[in-house]
Ligand binder design. Structure first.
Ligand SMILES: CC(C)(COP(=O)(O)OP(=O)(O)OC[C@H]1O[C@@H](n2cnc3c(N)ncnc32)[C@H](O)[C@@H]1OP(=O)(O)O)[C@@H](O)C(=O)NCCC(=O)NCCS
Length: 221
């Protein structure tokens, strides 16, 4: 598979909507208005992975900059993205790149595309001198264990690699640590049952010792 990751363009919009339908057949896809809003507001923070063999969009990642003091740690996805429109993007005050979405076509998962998206995000954060990247990692495997353990205990097991989670394990491999476990992040999600891990990657080039205070010992390996 020959994949090129580049910033999203207007002409990619219909193919991104098709991709959403392949990744999440049971959920409404990103809307055209939302994707166009991302491109207007923060084009540098949006990427697609193009399959050079057939020009298919195999993945997408969407990001914005937020000023964390405007939020509570347990705000939900709609708060952090202004209902998916990114109109809360705040490049003047914000020091946090927020990972609003990342998805890879099921037919192309496990080929390093997700990893490449995170490389792009880290490079962008470094170039803009941002302090960190944060995101909500939906606990997609939790529904299998919900009758056996609390979400916090599930996360501890995923961090220790005693269990694998389809999303959080991937994020931890990208250098993130878990700050806390939050409920009602993505409501009505049957896989995570609404639970997510608030995760963080720190830009060591600009961080001060104080900026590492969100490392929660309970969720350290
Ligand atoms: C999560 C997702 C984006 C990962 O993308 P991907 O292109 O398949 O991941 P990569 O091939 O780049 O893998 C990167 C690393 O994560 C690991 N990884 C990826 N998916 C994994 C999984 N399901 N379980 C365990 N580890 C996984 C890989 O082993 C690899 O580890 P390495 O860096 O040590 O080699 C992709 O599986 C996806 O789109 N899933 C559905 C949508 C989703 O859950 N999005 C996140 C919403 S919060």
């Amino acid at each position: 598979m020959k994949i090129e990751v580049r910033n999203t363009r207007e002409e990619d919009v219909p193919a991104i909507i098709d991709l959403c339908r392949r990744v999440y057949p049971a959920s409404p896809p990103w809307g055209e208005k939302q994707i166009r809003s991302h491109l207007e507001i923060f084009p540098e923070g949006q990427w697609v992975a193009i399959d050079n063999d057939n020009e298919l969009v195999r993945g997408m990642a969407a990001s914005l900059i937020v000023w964390w003091n405007d939020y509570e740690d347990d705000d939900d996805w709609r708060d952090f993205t202004d209902h998916g429109m990114f109109t809360n993007h705040d490049p003047d005050d914000g020091r946090t790149l927020y990972g609003a979405e990342i998805m890879v076509d099921p037919a192309a998962q496990g080929h390093g595309i997700g990893k490449e998206f995170y490389k792009k995000r880290r490079e962008l954060a470094e170039r803009l001198g941002l302090l960190r990247i944060r995101a909500g990692a939906r606990l997609r495997g939790y529904h299998r264990y919900a009758d056996q353990m609390r979400a916090e205990d599930y996360v501890v097991k995923v961090v220790r690699e005693e269990l694998g989670d389809p999303t959080l394990t991937f994020q931890l491999h990208q250098g993130f640590h878990v700050m806390k476990v939050v409920r009602d992040y993505l409501r009505h999600d049957p896989e995570s049952l609404g639970w997510a891990a608030l995760i963080e990657w720190i830009n060591e080039a600009v961080a001060t010792p104080e900026d590492y205070r969100y490392r929660n010992p309970r969720f350290q390996r």
